[in-house]
Ligand binder design. Structure first.
Ligand SMILES: [Zn+2]
Ligand SMILES: [Zn+2]
Length: 395
């Protein structure tokens, strides 16, 4: 027999599918989620959920107040709403109506599941105390949406005690839910290095003696040795140089060369050391080639670290829904990033769960691919997990 909360989620299956399909067919890119936010807001209003007004109308913040006498703590549940600039190729009933845009990461489903959870929580107000904040954020893919919601006050008034979010995952079957305590996803920072030399004739490099192409190439090689020679091999760091630009002709040594890349770390201390390490290497190498190097470093999102106690509470909630054998442990942290980590930076008591979306006998869905399909059968599980978590922690 299904648990009460899972049954309530299965009972609104048609609603969940309808919401997911409406959003899927009308994808909007980051910070342009006007129609999606309007749909979410009108659904929440029709359920009687309080809406906190925000600037720009690309996110929605809802509030549900529990009626049970208890600790009165505040839980925030988060979904993301943005799509990706990808042309949909899958033949599905809710195929994207917007050329070149598609929900290829399942954020449409995350939004539908949180709407479903709101619907159920409103009907169960007497079963939890305190407050539930519903955060429907824009722009997760560009890693700026969580910051926007935080700046709009999503974690204040009333102050949030804990945050909970989830993402679909193709390594787990529909009905499975996975967790990982502690460091789970990487930080994501970006950098650009500009090497200034002196332009001259390709036949006479010695006349200027400062070739920025050579300095840039040597820097690119040497930066990999920062990871392998300066960082503990058990402390994961990825440094990828993904752009390099310079020159206008095959016989002119250019004045400048620019290259840039991405840095991912699991450890906050290591993350904070990378800017200095990179600057030292590129300046040192540029100087040895009689060039100058400038580093422009941009801090994106911090590593995602799940609070152990909150994770075991969420595990317990998941067990109530799907049974212990379908609650999984994620063995290794991932080097990808999630801007949910911004909420955890402000409210460390939080957890980010993984919801299985793979189906037996079908190839695993590939995220960020035009053929991506989010298994609709997973929707009630995500909805139920949001609800059960609130019932368990808002005592
Ligand atoms: Zn994505
Ligand atoms: Zn995503």
């Amino acid at each position: 027999m299904n648990s009460e909360v899972l049954q309530k989620s299965l009972d609104i299956y048609e609603y969940l599918v309808e919401m997911k399909r409406r959003i899927h067919a009308n994808p909007e890119l980051g910070m342009q989620e006007f129609a999606t936010a309007a749909l979410v807001e009108s659904e929440l209003r029709s359920m009687g959920v309080e809406i906190v007004p925000l600037e720009q109308n690309v996110g929605v913040l809802g509030i549900i107040r529990g009626e049970k006498t208890g600790s009165g703590t505040v839980s925030a549940l988060r979904a993301d709403m943005d799509a990706l600039p990808i042309q949909e190729t899958a033949d599905v009933p809710d195929k994207s109506k917007v050329p070149g845009a598609m929900h290829a990461c399942g954020h449409d489903a995350h939004t539908a599941m949180l709407l479903g959870a709101a619907k159920i929580l409103v009907s169960m107000k007497e079963r939890f105390s305190g407050t539930v904040k519903l955060i429907f954020q824009p722009a997760e893919e560009t890693l700026g949406g969580a910051l926007y919601m935080i700046e709009q006050g999503a974690l204040d008034a009333p102050k949030v005690d804990r945050v909970f979010g989830m993402h679909g995952h193709s390594s787990y079957l529909v009905g499975e839910i996975a967790f990982r305590e502690g460091p789970s996803m990487a930080s994501s920072d970006f950098f650009t290095v500009t090497i200034k030399g002196k332009s001259g004739h390709g036949a006479y490099p010695h006349r200027t003696g400062c070739d920025p192409v050579l300095a840039a190439c040597t820097s690119a090689l040497a930066l990999q040795s920062v990871v392998t020679r300066q960082i503990d091999a058990l402390d994961s760091v990825v440094l990828s140089i993904c752009e390099i630009r310079g020159g206008t002709a095959k016989n002119i040594i250019p004045e400048t060369v620019e290259f840039g890349g991405s840095i991912r770390c699991q450890n906050m201390e290591t993350r904070n050391s990378m800017e200095g390490r990179i600057r030292d290497v590129v300046r040192g190498i540029a100087a040895s080639y009689k060039c100058e190097a400038e580093l422009d470093y941009h801090y994106g999102v911090p590593p995602l670290v799940n609070a152990p106690e909150m994770t075991s509470l969420a595990r317990e909630s998941a067990r109530k829904l799907v049974g212990a054998d379908r609650v999984k442990t994620i063995d290794f942290p991932a080097m990808g990033s999630e801007d949910f980590s911004r909420y955890l930076e402000k409210v460390p008591e939080g957890v980010f769960a993984r919801l299985g979306i793979a189906e037996p006998g079908k190839p695993a869905p590939v995220f960020h691919n035009g053929g991506f399909v989010f298994a609709e059968g997973a929707l009630p599980y995500g909805t139920a997990l949001f609800v059960q978590f609130v019932l368990d922690v808002n005592q």
